[in-house]
Write a protein that binds this ligand. Sequence first.
Ligand SMILES: [Zn+2]
Length: 169
Amino acid sequence: MEIRIKVKDIKTESVWWENYNISDNETPFQWAIETVEKFNKTLKTGENPRELVDVEIIREKSDPFHDWKKENLVTIVEKNGDFYDKYKCNNCGITGKRYGLSQNIERDRKYKAKIYETCNGARKQISINKKRRERKKDWIKVYMLILGGKRWKSIRTYPLKRIKKIRRI
Ligand SMILES: [Zn+2]
């Protein structure tokens, strides 16, 4: 889940929010207390002890299918005033965005297809795509050989059947 904690610098008395992704099994308040305690125990030069002021839950549960991790530290604001955060799945690596105050993370356009809904599906499709790309490279190589590398740009106009035939020779 995603939470934010309000902390106070004990010396300067300044107060601010910090966002965190924590495991769904954690108790946010407990986690926040421990995190601030740990920070105070391991202060570096120039750092002042902090005090926990408040804890808020931003997203109760992580996506049941993807383990989304926020990629940007500061929310991205577009020219038209829209804002979003970028996310990436820890397991399968697909990316998405959470717009405005929405609770949902939308998968990026190239991962829109239903198969990307789950980590397993996404992994499968990503490996299929990879194989496809490699096969395409092979075809290009074959054509480079046949056409002496002069007309390789026209590869897409050649039917697959013919490519297979040529490969067999
Ligand atoms: Zn995933």
